[in-house]
Ligand binder design. Structure first.
Ligand SMILES: Nc1nc2c(ncn2[C@@H]2O[C@H](COP(=O)(O)OP(=O)(O)OP(=O)(O)O)[C@@H](O)[C@H]2O)c(=O)[nH]1
Ligand SMILES: [Mg+2]
Length: 224
């Protein structure tokens, strides 16, 4: 019985996610679902990304958190439109929450929507929220064992960002093991070593993102 209910929830979610993909695709908007543990550095990565890219493309952000609008306040300081979703205890965003948030954004002028999911390595991986791709942030302080322990969130990611590399000298993080495990779980994913504190690796992240957005534009022009 329980399994049946879950299947229904996922089916309904996927139907809404497909609608969102079609609607965003028709407007040429790229949607990115940003995943990772609490404190891995998702919002800090976003702050850096917005500062670097907001003059070359129109970006909006959807922030998912259980409570508070703290992350949305940080993003608003970058001068881009932002909507905060509070799940009130729910451990992930779903497609219906994103559909409601999109209604509050001026979509016509947008090139990119970044959705920061609730900090969690388990539940958000199960739910398609209408994104073009998932990107997962893992920080050095979480330990190199996380990809094997929580494989789905890494398997689904088109890029994995290993953040806080500035802290490597102060931890026993085994970079070789982490890279090996990540490439076995998700062989096609880009692996980006980054520090949002020093800026190391961020230019490679921006290039990856630009390229991924351009790929979608080329594909949708070919489909027209
Ligand atoms: N040393 C170091 N600290 C970082 C780096 N990136 C982020 N931080 C710090 O890590 C803490 C958490 O960063 P956030 O960006 O708020 O993390 P988050 O993933 O958005 O967290 P939630 O929204 O709660 O899931 C903050 O104190 C950041 O300043 C980094 O590259 N190096
Ligand atoms: Mg955050």
């Amino acid at each position: 019985m329980e399994i049946r209910v879950m299947a229904n929830i996922l089916e309904q979610n996927d139907r809404i996610a497909d609608e969102l993909k079609a609607a965003l695709g028709a407007q040429g908007i790229f949607a990115l679902n940003l995943l990772g543990s609490p404190g891995s550095g998702k919002t800090t990565l976003l702050e850096n990304t917005l500062a670097a890219l907001k003059d070359e493309m129109n970006i909006a952000v959807i922030e998912g958190d259980l409570f508070t609008s703290k992350d949305a306040e940080r993003i608003a300081r970058q001068g881009v439109p932002v909507i905060q979703i509070n799940t009130g205890g729910g451990c992930h965003l779903d497609a219906n929450m994103v559909r409601n948030a999109l209604a509050g954004l001026e979509l016509a002028a947008l090139d990119l929507i970044i959705i920061e999911n609730v900090g969690n390595l388990v539940c958000p991986a199960e739910f398609d929220i209408g994104e073009d791709c998932k990107v997962t942030v893992l920080s050095i302080t979480e330990g190199e064992d996380k990809p094997l322990k929580y494989p789905l969130v890494f398997k689904q990611a088109e890029a994995v960002i290993l953040n806080k590399v500035d802290l490597l000298p102060y931890t026993s993080f085994d970079m070789e093991a982490a890279c090996e495990d990540l490439s076995s779980i998700s062989p096609g994913a880009a692996l980006l070593l980054v520090s949002c504190r020093t800026g190391e690796g961020l230019l490679d992240w921006y290039s990856w993102l630009r390229q991924r957005i351009a790929q979608k534009k080329t594909r949708s022009q070919a489909d027209d």
